[in-house]
Design a protein around this ligand. Structure first.
Ligand SMILES: C[S@@+](CC[C@H](N)C(=O)[O-])C[C@H]1O[C@@H](n2cnc3c(N)ncnc32)[C@H](O)[C@@H]1O
Length: 205
């Protein structure tokens, strides 16, 4: 692994993800999590302060060692046990039907095989479980989407594999989730990276 991926990228990820506009989204969606929660790509742990005491246990899955280290600094005061999983979303080291909720924020863009990850989400979720998601993705504006397609090959290289152009709603539906109240729209920032998809997904039958 290069010096950039190991040390520089985690720091840049933390800085980019610490923006106020993103914190407002975290504050709105993360408190909805309860029970046994699996967070995918926990990053530097910026969601951790927004979980409430309705969470019984948090599995914090994160492949980057450096980001796990940064996140561990934020979990000290958590009101529930936090267990880090040094793993990737395509192979979640948890038994089937073992979690109540999966939380994913700005991560589905980066997972190499998002379809496989979504199958894993379904496997580990209990039948009545839910996925909370806040993700950026493909804009419905043709002009912006064209730029997202153009920029993605370069962007992936510098931004740790992030795709700007994934149609997150469709991806979740194709992955077998019914979405309750999908909310889409731009937040502050350049349009190619600020079109958000947020909502709650329920595993279909
Ligand atoms: C843009 S960051 C978002 C971090 C965090 N979710 C947040 O909201 O601040 C993308 C995260 O996805 C993680 N990631 C990349 N590939 C992954 C994979 N295959 N499985 C799980 N997480 C992955 C990265 O290490 C990084 O923490």
């Amino acid at each position: 692994m290069s010096l950039y991926s190991r040390h520089v990228l985690p720091l840049l990820t933390h800085l980019a993800m610490s923006k106020k506009a993103l914190a407002a989204e975290r504050a709105r969606w993360i408190p909805l999590a309860s029970g046994v929660v699996l967070e995918i790509g926990v990053g530097s742990g910026l969601n951790v302060p927004f979980y409430t005491s309705s969470v019984r246990r948090l599995y914090a899955l994160e492949p980057s060692e450096e980001l796990r280290r940064m996140a561990a600094r934020r979990t000290g005061g958590a009101r529930f046990p936090v267990e880090f999983l040094a793993a990737s979303a395509e192979n979640i080291p948890l038994p089937a039907a073992s979690v109540d909720m999966v939380a994913t924020t700005w991560t589905l863009c980066t997972i190499e095989d998002a379809g496989r990850a979504l199958r894993e989400f379904r496997r580990v979720l209990r039948p009545e479980g839910r996925v909370i998601f806040v993700e950026h993705g493909r804009s419905p504006d043709v002009h912006v989407a064209r730029w997202q397609d153009r920029l993605t090959p370069i962007w992936r290289r510098v931004a740790g594999g992030c795709h700007l152009n994934r149609p997150i709603g469709r991806l979740l539906e194709e992955g077998g989730f019914a979405i309750e109240g999908l909310e889409c729209g731009y937040v502050r920032g350049p349009r190619f990276g600020s079109y958000l998809y947020r909502g709650i997904g329920r595993p279909g039958t």
